[in-house]
Each structure stands twice: as structure tokens, then as C-alpha cells.
Ligand binder design. Structure first.
Ligand SMILES: Cc1ncc(COP(=O)(O)O)c(C=O)c1O
Length: 332
């Protein structure tokens, strides 16, 4: 529950339940995270969660409630976080509350630490799962060695972002000062992250190898908004021309799910391959070029005669759990 008001509503709804409803309160641990301010959620002033003192008071107020069993604490401090330090600080604050509650006779059975683990959007920064797991484990072992409840996380982007690409075509190469514009047929309605929080996605040309001589472009969409800008001063093959296909990488998270039909634009179709996630058999890491898949894409971004090879590369191993893949499109 995010607030006292939500909890009060739940207590009314829970009256129809045959057994007590288990509840976790979301705490705002008030930590500073080095990410875009629009995706910061665990700092004082953000709308999410409640201060630890308020959570403590609610645990007291609802201690003997007939229909609700308050037994968990939750947090989610933001998204695209590339440092482990804020997790240490936030977990520490949750554990301090857990210990206070324990002293008052309340047994916390679950700590939900949220997600936010940053991925590499092409600038080399990311947060490794092993690093953040280590920080969480160390903090718990040091500060609350007798905590015996569950610890859960809610990774989102870090599981799926690398498994999707957005294919787009160049509408125009517009000569301008201080830089030429590359005007794509994809726009802010297809990929909102750049307009929402100045995110930059790696952008590849499909038609050419990326080792050609490059030129700096401002890469934009065709919608009548100046925020319809994907990247400024971005290097692209200098011989790129209208009609060429390009692909935004890392578009498997917060891309198609955020797409919309603003400006009467059609939402582009999606193509799925169930084989994009598979179990690791070798335990190795950063093995490249697992397999290739030929696909035909029929969408308004592509002409019917276009055919691609979509190459997936394994890039990370999670101790025999799911391997994450990254996809590259090559025009055939
Ligand atoms: C409560 C909560 N948990 C987890 C996530 C996943 O975050 P991410 O995709 O950054 O890992 C979100 C994203 O908005 C969230 O609101």
C-alpha cells in the first residue's frame, strides 16, 4: 500500500475476504539516486510511498485489525540506476524500520526491494545483478543478521530491454545549421523515453556496416513537437539517405508499452519470437552469435520487399537462469 488512504480503502474492501489480507507498506526511504529526476521515486517529495515514521504509525494503528495483516515492507527507489550505493542506503532504512517493528512485536515476513537496475544504453554504464545482489546481502547480513523473512526484487527493464528493437526508416536527411537533421518515420509516440526523460537509445543503420565514416546528426521524428527528438549530435554513417532503415536498440522496455496514437499516428506492429529468451546451457558469459533468424517485417516502417536477418547475441549469463539477448538487424 502506498498511503494511509489506500490502506483505509483496502480495509473496507477486505471485509468481504474470508481470511485476513496480507499487506506490505511501501516506504519512501528518501535516498538520492543518480538518474533522471522523472524516474526518481524514493526521494522525499516523490509521490510514492510514505515516510518510515508514518509506516510505523500505521503498523501500530492496524495492529489488531480483523481483516488486514500488515506483515511486509516495500520500496522502489527509481529506474535506470547504475550505482549500488543507493540500494545499500535504502535497504538499511527499511531494515531499521524492520528492527523497530520487531521490538514492538511485529514480525516482517517480506521485504520487497523493487527494481530499477540500470542497463547499458550504449554509454557503458549499467548495474550488474551480482553487484546489487551482493550489496543487498551484505547490508542484511551486517545490519539485521536475524532477519528471517523473504527478500524479493521486481526487476523490469533489466530483464527485457535488450530483447527488443524498434525499426524505423529515414524520411529525410535535412541539411541545416548547426547540424543536419535525420528525420525518421518513428516518432515520440513510438518511443517516448527520449521525449519523457531525455533518454538516448543506441541507433544503428540497418543497411550499412557501422564502421563507415560518420557524421554528426540531430535525430528527430516527424511529429510537430520539438521534444520529438531522439538524439542530438549523434554519429551516423555519412552516406545515410532517405529510405534507409535504422534500428533503435534496447527497445524491449518502456517502448511499445508506452506507445500511443498521438497526432493520429498508427501504432507500429510488434513481432515476437518466443526463442528470444532461452535457458543457458553452458554457464559461460558474453558468448556471441547464438543463432540467426530470418524474418519478413510487414509494417509501415518497412516495404513488403524488405527482408532482414535478426541476429541475437547472448551477452550475459545468470548462473543457468535466463540468458538475456541483444538483437541486431541486418538487411539481407
Ligand atoms: C513498483 C515498481 N517496481 C518495479 C519497477 C520496475 O522498474 P525497472 O524497470 O526500472 O526495473 C517499477 C517501474 O516503474 C515500479 O514502479
Amino acid at each position: 500500500m502506498e498511503s494511509a488512504e489506500e490502506l483505509a480503502l483496502l480495509s473496507t474492501l477486505a471485509q468481504t475476504s474470508t481470511r485476513p489480507v496480507r499487506v506490505a507498506l511501501r516506504v519512501n526511504p528518501d535516498v538520492t539516486v543518480n538518474t533522471h529526476r522523472h524516474i526518481t521515486t524514493g526521494t522525499r517529495g516523490n509521490k510514492f510511498g510514505m515516510p518510515p515514521e508514518q509506516a510505523l504509525q500505521l503498523f501500530r494503528d492496524y495492529a489488531d485489525h480483523a481483516c488486514l495483516n500488515l506483515c511486509g515492507l516495500a520500496m522502489h527507489i527509481g529506474s535506470q540506476i547504475c550505482e549500488a550505493a543507493p540500494y545499500r542506503q535504502a535497504v538499511s532504512r527499511l531494515l531499521a524500520l524492520t528492527k523497530t517493528l520487531k521490538a514492538e512485536g511485529v514480525h516482517i515476513r517480506c521485504l520487497d526491494l523493487g527494481g530499477g537496475f540500470g542497463i547499458d544504453y550504449g554509454n557503458g554504464s549499467s548495474l550488474s545483478f551480482s553487484e546489487v545482489a551482493q550489496v543487498i546481502a551484505d547490508t542484511i547480513h551486517t545490519e539485521a543478521p536475524d532477519y528471517d523473512g523473504k527478500v524479493v526484487v521486481e526487476p523490469g527493464r533489466s530483464l527485457v530491454a535488450d530483447a527488443g528493437v524498434l525499426v524505423t526508416r529515414v524520411n529525410f536527411v535535412k541539411e541545416a545549421e548547426p547540424r543536419p537533421f535525420l528525420i525518421l518515420d518513428a516518432a515520440m509516440n513510438d518511443l517516448m523515453r527520449p521525449a519523457l526523460y531525455q533518454a538516448v537509445h543506441p541507433l544503428l543503420t540497418v543497411s550499412y556496416a557501422d564502421n563507415r565514416v560518420q557524421r554528426q546528426f540531430d535525430v528527430v521524428g516527424p511529429v510537430c513537437e520539438s521534444t520529438d527528438t531522439f538524439a542530438r549530435d549523434y554519429p551516423v554513417s555519412e552516406d545515410i539517405q532517405a529510405g534507409d532503415l535504422m534500428a533503435f536498440l534496447c527497445a524491449g522496455a518502456y517502448c511499445s508499452v508506452m506507445s500511443n496514437s498521438y497526432n493520429s499516428r498508427e501504432i507500429p506492429p510488434k513481432y515476437w519470437s518466443m526463442r528470444t529468451l532461452f535457458r543457458s546451457s553452458d554457464g559461460g558469459s558474453a558468448r556471441k552469435s547464438s543463432w540467426h533468424l530470418k524474418i519478413k517485417i510487414n509494417s509501415w516502417h518497412c516495404r513488403p520487399e524488405d527482408s532482414f536477418r535478426l541476429c541475437f547475441y547472448r551477452f550475459r549469463d545468470l548462473r543457468n537462469q535466463f540468458n538475456l539477448l541483444t538483437a541486431f538487424l541486418h538487411r539481407l
